[in-house]
Design a protein around this ligand. Structure first.
Ligand code: ZN
Length: 269
């Protein structure tokens, strides 16, 4: 059993074929997918997917690339949407100083407000971090108290990871761990067993042996397998543990399969 803790199912490459993508994932043992919002254009589609497929959950947030969309009105609408039980997290937010698609001060402001919203709603926060370690660390110190979050598709530096782990945060790894030039093996090993997640970041970052293709949640087994290898752990155990971690992190309902088991157990009694 596997969980893809971070996929963008509302992406235009995935949405028209979402049914087949979710079906292929299920066939590959990926029974839970968290579909991560990047901005207001995704919110409706992500929630519709979460209402349609029992193993799919939605989030609500604004990506640092489009942080200029994080208006007062957008935050008011986010707060409303986050009350929905199938909207399980705030994000994705964060800082991206590699592309600088939004001005840095706008990114910082939006990130701080997402952290505040996470604290207010009690829902965890999903953080994208790229070439912005110092500002991220500062913002976590200033505005991160009382939040639980995940550094997704982790590819930043040691100090940021250490700070986040010390705050009780999680780290998630993507298909990058399967790339030949991957240099983050130490980071994969640094994350405590109960705070590691795996993801595809669909449709981006397809893992080896699918590199170059459109990614999809069915491929998350390659990520989990490589993480297990780097940590010297049993792949099946890591698959089960990362699923357990994702269920705890996102506070997901009892799994449909577990629920069926509980129901049949109740019937027996
Ligand atoms: Zn993402």
């Amino acid at each position: 059993m596997l969980t893809d803790s971070h996929a963008h199912l509302a992406d235009e490459r995935i949405l028209p074929v979402a049914e087949q993508v979710v079906e292929r994932a299920a066939q590959a043992g990926v029974t839970t997918i968290v579909s991560i919002a990047t901005g207001p254009d995704d919110w409706e589609a992500d929630l519709a997917l979460a209402e349609r497929f029992p193993g799919v959950y939605a989030t609500c947030g604004i990506h640092p690339h489009t942080a200029t969309m994080a208006s007062e009105d957008a935050f008011a609408r986010m707060r409303e949407r986050l009350a929905h039980p199938r909207v399980v997290a705030v994000g994705e937010t964060g800082l991206d100083y590699h592309y600088d698609f939004s001005p840095r001060d706008v990114q910082r402001d939006s990130f701080a407000r997402h952290l505040q919203l996470s604290r207010e709603t009690g829902k965890p926060v999903i953080v994208h971090a790229r070439t912005a370690d110092e500002d991220l660390r500062a913002l976590l110190r200033e505005a991160g108290r009382g939040t639980v979050g995940v550094l997704h598709s982790f590819s930043s530096g040691r100090a940021l990871l250490e700070d986040a782990l010390a705050m009780g945060w999680y780290a998630s790894f993507s298909g990058m761990v399967t790339f030949k030039n991957y240099d983050g093996a130490d980071f994969v090993r640094m994350v405590p067993a109960d705070r590691i997640l795996v993801e595809t970041d669909t449709p981006y970052l397809a893992p080896v042996p699918h590199r170059g293709k459109t990614n999809e949640p069915a491929f998350v087994a390659h990520v989990a397998g490589r993480c297990a290898e780097l940590r010297g752990e049993d792949p099946a155990e890591l698959a089960a543990r990362t699923t357990e971690n994702a269920r705890r992190f996102y506070a997901l309902d009892p799994h449909p399969v577990d629920q069926a088991r509980t129901i049949s157990r109740e019937r027996e009694m």
